[in-house]
Ligand binder design. Structure first.
Ligand SMILES: *Cc1c(COP(=O)(O)O)cnc(C)c1O
Length: 375
């Protein structure tokens, strides 16, 4: 059986977790959390990174920091995970979904400007599969209309766009360290903050609305409730698990890219015969091998292929029922313009097994099984 995902494990996780336990420091913001924050700051060159309990919570923090109010609109793709929209719906905002580009499955940057109204406050981009959206174009629109930009870079850790790490281009970037992502702490994420002016507020929101972070740094002599907030900081035990992986990030990244390239090479003949489409990486984007997907003819063919692979012991999956057609999406959001690609492309996309410990041998096995489907 070849599973779809196995959570990453590199070897030092137990040692670091037991270090945290022996130090009797297991709540948030201990040594490992700080090391993870610093690692992200150094590697991405962002102003400030704060580890969070999930990417969902990082997006919620971004929505709070943007001070989005009920009735205001936020432009985003419909082809994404629920949290992209839910974080803003929790603030009473209206997600306005626009169509995606079929080549990258990312928001179609050329459709954003038309969707802007006087209630629009922000654009949320999702870097699908760790491949960047057209950020120069999007940042220009945002600047022109005075909008904030939030990057859902859940899948984009270690990817870049024109030399900039994903998550560092907009006002806020959100990473995921869920067990299905390239680097993991079980459940967890990070908020990347672009502007210095937002750092103090972010620390307050993350610490239950208190100025506890400033208190620990000796900047104030008592800590108290100063703003609205929640508890968005993860336990040291989770941060310790993550730090072991961040130390090995280059090795993990290289391995995933190698598997990605191997899939691509082995499936290329199927593309040339017109059976499948393979992912594209636009110029200027450096990806991270987060996922390998292919697109088949239609929903029916995808269903048969999933079943066919399952019988061969291979778990291939699809995801994202477009948010605008889901019950909550219909209730809270609206689709702007025509759904030319979101539904159609989402129905024919299939993800193949991809994880750090996957062997090249297994990739060959999967590619061969996929190819035999058309024989
Ligand atoms: C995984 C994912 C999330 C949610 O991440 P969590 O850490 O599980 O909250 C959000 N957006 C996208 C695009 C994702 O892939």
């Amino acid at each position: 059986m070849i599973p779809f995902n196995v959570p990453p494990y590199v070897g030092k996780e137990e040692e670091y977790i037991s270090t945290a336990i022996k130090k009797r420091k297991i709540c948030g913001d201990g040594e490992f959390t700080k090391k993870c924050n610093e690692w992200i700051e150094n590697r991405t060159n962002t102003t400030k990174a704060l580890l969070t309990t999930s990417c969902t919570h990082a997006i919620e923090m971004a929505a709070l920091l943007c001070e989005i109010y009920p009735g205001e609109e936020v432009i985003m793709p419909s082809y994404t995970f629920v949290s992209t929209a839910d974080a803003f719906v929790l603030r009473g905002a209206v997600p306005v979904f626009v169509d995606i580009r079929p080549d990258t499955m990312n928001i179609d940057e050329r459709l954003i400007e038309e969707a802007i109204t006087e209630r629009t406050r922000a654009i949320v981009v999702v870097h699908y599969a760790g491949v960047a959206c057209e950020m120069d174009f999007i940042m220009d629109i945002a600047k022109k209309h005075g909008l904030l930009v939030i990057e859902d870079a859940a899948q984009g850790v270690m990817s870049s766009y024109k030399g900039k790490a994903l998550g560092t281009i907009g006002d806020f970037g959100c990473y995921s360290f869920h067990e299905t992502k390239n680097y993991s702490m079980g459940e967890g994420g990070a908020l990347l903050i672009h502007n210095k002016k937002d750092v103090a507020n972010a620390e307050i929101i993350r610490e239950k609305g208190t100025n506890r972070s400033q208190f620990f740094r000796g900047m104030v002599d008592k800590y108290s409730w100063v703003e609205k907030g929640s508890s968005y900081l993860p336990s040291e035990l989770n941060a310790a698990y993550l730090y072991a992986q961040l130390e090995k990030a280059d090795i993990i990244n290289e391995k995933r890219l190698k598997l990605y390239r191997l899939y691509y090479e082995l499936l290329l003949p199927l593309k040339e015969k017109g059976y499948v489409e393979l992912p594209t990486v636009p110029k200027g984007c450096v990806p991270n091998g987060h996922m390998f997907y292919l697109k088949v003819k239609d929903l029916g063919e995808r269903t048969s292929l999933i079943q066919y692979l399952k019988e061969k012991g291979i778990s291939a999956v699809f995801h994202y029922v477009p948010l605008h057609s889901a019950p909550a999406g219909r209730k809270y959001g609206r689709f702007f313009g025509e759904d030319k690609f979101t539904t159609k492309e989402s129905e024919r996309l299939l993800r193949l097994p991809m994880y750090y410990e996957l062997s090249e041998r297994k990739v060959e096995e999967v590619a061969e099984a996929v190819g035999s489907f058309w024989k």
